[in-house]
Design a protein around this ligand. Structure first.
Ligand code: 3HC
Length: 311
């Protein structure tokens, strides 16, 4: 049976009243939010790496400016999200240390390399497309600071998705070699994008409780289905083929039947065995270590100002 304060909390959640940082909340709710928001923040930050990889090699000045702006947006998203997580009593330094020690995760998708320029198109189209599919409902998530961060993030994310589709369009309408690059990017990013939504509902340990708390609004499989239904016609419009022989429209359910990703691969990537897990964490570790003098300098400065005030 629920304690009265927990019952009052759940009633607020059920009535779509936002929970704010100073409100009473169950310890599990706080922990789940730190896990999910922190993981989300880390994903935005680590997500800069595969795209940053192409800033110096973007094919035109215009593409380079767009990509630079997009990668900067991801940094901004990471910062909003770290701030939202900090309202729950965890510091950004603690979260970063948990990321670097492997105690916290970031999205599996960023453990795949971006091998060609078409991959930048595929990342925008599919990865940001999957991210939006997940994040639009999160604008209605029960925790106030998280839901407000999502509103801003979703606006920018839809621009990211369109710029990716625009790159794909250019490639798909280009030379034979460009078309092959576009198809190859779709082939490599399709299943990893489907994995972004998490394991099947049957294997999703957190979904039931998270949905009762409205930390999550939809289940993993629901969002994956919506993503496939939205993306297949877009691939057709590009004249590209989704790498799934079983893909078929199912009139009864009003959606596509599609093949599940290889879940063994997914769990291997989560354990650190994806193609570039090691490089990603090394890059973050190096950035953290290289920035130590800045953090120390800022702390020393703040300390000096504080003691001057006391004196
Ligand atoms: N990558 C890494 N880990 C994943 C994962 C993925 N794609 N999907 C699930 N997992 C992990 C979970 O974290 C959990 O492990 P944990 O207990 O150690 O944390 C385990 O697999 C079981 O999965 P569950 O379904 O039970 O976990 P959740 O209820 O947390 O659901 C989720 C997973 C749907 C990803 C949910 O956490 C979520 O909606 N998160 C917010 C969105 C988010 O993190 N997006 C990042 C996408 S990329 C991005 O935004 C950057 C883009 O702008 C470029």
């Amino acid at each position: 049976e629920m304690e009265p304060e927990e019952r009052a909390f759940q009633e607020k959640v059920d009535a779509d009243i936002r929970i704010e940082p100073r409100d009473w909340m169950p310890e599990g709710y706080r922990k789940t939010l730190i896990r999910q928001i922190g993981q989300h923040a880390h994903s935005e930050i680590v997500g800069q790496l595969p795209e940053g990889n192409w800033i110096t090699r973007a094919p035109t000045l215009e593409r380079k400016m767009i990509l630079l702006a997009k990668v900067q947006d991801e940094a901004g998203h990471g910062l909003y999200l770290y701030c939202a997580a900090e309202t729950l009593g965890v510091s950004r330094d603690e979260m970063t240390e948990m990321l670097l020690s492997g105690k916290m995760k970031y999205s599996s998708i960023f453990n795949y390399p971006t091998l060609t320029w078409a991959d930048i198109g595929a990342v925008g189209w599919l990865v940001d497309g999957a991210a939006i599919m997940n994040q639009v409902p999160l604008q209605r998530t029960s925790y106030g600071p998280y839901s407000r961060a999502m509103v801003r993030i979703c606006k920018e994310e839809s621009f990211h998705q369109r710029q990716g589709y625009d790159i794909m369009m250019k490639m798909a309408q280009g030379s034979e070699a460009q078309k092959r690059m576009a198809q190859d990017a779709l082939n490599r990013f399709w299943y990893p994008s489907l994995m972004m939504f998490g394991p099947s509902d049957a294997n999703s340990v957190h979904s039931e409780q998270s949905m009762a708390w409205k930390i999550k609004i939809n289940s993993n499989d629901e969002l994956r289905q919506k993503f496939v239904d939205q993306t297949v016609p877009q691939a057709e419009y590009l004249g590209l083929t989704v790498p799934d022989d079983t893909l078929a429209w199912n009139e009864d359910k009003g959606g596509y039947d599609f093949a599940e990703p290889d879940w063994d691969e997914f769990f291997d990537v989560l354990k650190g065995a994806g193609p570039v897990n090691h490089d990603r964490l090394e890059a973050r570790r190096k950035a953290w270590d290289d920035g130590a003098w800045v953090r120390e300098g800022l702390l020393a400065h703040a300390e000096k100002k504080r003691s001057a005030k006391v004196a």
